[in-house]
Write a protein that binds this ligand. Structure first.
Ligand code: ZN
Length: 178
């Protein structure tokens, strides 16, 4: 797989095939995480994951609109140009394993963040390295949106108390000057 790096994606059709696979997989992951958080009585984080699932749906829709009139190639699983170790399937297997254990909201948030960073890195590498300017432009747009999603998760994580493994409403107020 390491001989198929993402920056070798050279046509819009090939890019769209990868983006569709990634976004569908991502939406599915988020719905699983959201269900898991609902079961654990954490509606607030379940809602955040539902939101991110919808964002992935939207991405997939945008990709499908771009794809109208473009030949999307059929790609065998081993021919996708993910970064080494970064295929959605490998990621999914890894996450299923972790999902089978009792997961704290913080663990779920870290899985979500991993998901977004994987997407961002994929798009960023294509944006930086594809020989096709249209592919670079599309990938740069997607990378920017994934960066926003990752930032959202990081901000939320920063407000969670790792000892309680639950979200805390307010951070400690800053120390007042003497
Ligand atoms: Zn995203």
């Amino acid at each position: 797989m390491s001989d198929h790096p993402p920056e070798h994606i050279a046509s819009v059709g090939e890019f769209l095939a990868h983006a569709l696979e990634l976004e569908y997989e991502s939406a599915e992951r988020y719905r699983e995480l959201a269900d898991n958080m609902s079961v654990h009585n954490n509606p607030e984080i379940a809602e955040l994951f539902e939101y991110l699932a919808r964002m992935s749906d939207l991405h997939a829709q945008e990709v499908e609109e771009h794809a109208r009139g473009i030949q999307i190639p059929q790609i065998a699983p081993w021919d996708y140009k993910w970064a080494a170790g970064g295929s959605p399937e490998a990621n999914a297997a890894e996450q299923d394993e972790e999902l089978s254990y009792l997961m704290t909201p913080i663990q779920a948030m870290h899985l979500a963040l991993h998901n977004e960073l994987r997407g961002r890195d994929f798009y960023a590498r294509v944006a930086a390295g594809s020989p096709d300017p249209e592919v670079r432009r599309l990938a740069a747009e997607m990378a920017e949106e994934e960066t926003e999603h990752a930032d959202l998760l990081e901000q939320r994580l920063a407000k969670m108390d790792p000892r309680r493994a639950e979200p805390v409403e307010d951070l400690d107020p800053p120390n007042m000057p003497e």
